[in-house]
Write a protein that binds this ligand. Sequence first.
Ligand SMILES: Nc1nc2c(ncn2[C@@H]2O[C@H](COP(=O)(O)OP(=O)(O)O)[C@@H](O)[C@H]2O)c(=O)[nH]1
Ligand SMILES: [Mg+2]
Length: 319
Amino acid sequence: MAEPVTRQELLNIIENAAREGWTELNLSGRAITELPPEIGQLSNLQELGLDNNPLNPALQSAYNAGLDEVLAYLRSLEEEAEPLYEARLMLVGEGAVGKTTLLRALTGQDPQKDKKTTHGVSIDIQALRLPHLTLPKTEIQFNCRDFGGQEVYRATHQFFFSRRAIYLLLWEPRGGVQQQGQVEEWLKLIRLRVGNEARVIIVSTHAKTGERIARIDEPVFRRNFGEMIVAFQEVDSLVDDEASGDKFGVAELKWVIAEAAQKLDQVGIDFNQNWKAARDELLELGQSEARISYSRFVAVCREHTLGTLAARTLMHDRR
Ligand SMILES: Nc1nc2c(ncn2[C@@H]2O[C@H](COP(=O)(O)OP(=O)(O)O)[C@@H](O)[C@H]2O)c(=O)[nH]1
Ligand SMILES: [Mg+2]
């Protein structure tokens, strides 16, 4: 039996085949679920063997129908792939430093209206769209997570792991001298969970209350946490800023968030639109149902013709 083939090996084979004008390509029994769209470039190809592979259902049915169908399927994948400008925005910090209020200010909601207290197990997920700073007509969508109470400590493993995240680490300058130590603890926790590639914006709230008691030593933080720290920002989520129409410091914070997100490797890479559609449907289900059963998950993936590989990445991304 032939060896399983990696995506890179497949691309190398295709490159060879293109150069040498192969008319036949046998990839039977190579543990293939998806094919790179590049196969479509093999203009001399007359026979393609894909037997005994765990092909994704869409590819399998195309294969059953013949080579033309496979090529049409691969073309459709290329057409539907679109860059995805999306990131997570994680609001972390001690209780009552202003996470919920800032999230409301960022998303243009009245900060004090029907305020829900965020303690216990709640995680508030809100969408925030910011214009891309250099690409016209492009927005970055942020899925923001505001962790209520102690939940963040318990949920750490699931919720911290993300390569497409920006962290807003909030602290309250009125809170006294222990603030510096708490900010440091949070940075350590983030580094532990995410690694040095985590991107953190340190935000002090209550900037306009005139009661700044605590200071944090920015050079020390920069020295100890290096690249992780994107910026130090100040906001007051309850005070209007005439010039921007946002709350004080929030317009600038949005700018810093957008800029940091644009630099993330995972923002703006091509994503299959079926994947995105399935993900959005699952997110929606997640709003109304506490748990989504495995069979329901599979059903949604099938409906959007996702292969097993794509479904698996989706399962991770939902966390
Ligand atoms: N003046 C002022 N009050 C704030 C600010 N941010 C939060 N607050 C108030 O501080 C309290 C705690 O805020 P909250 O957002 O619930 O904190 P969380 O526990 O971190 O989510 C609330 O009464 C808010 O109205 C701010 O920037 N300025
Ligand atoms: Mg809160």
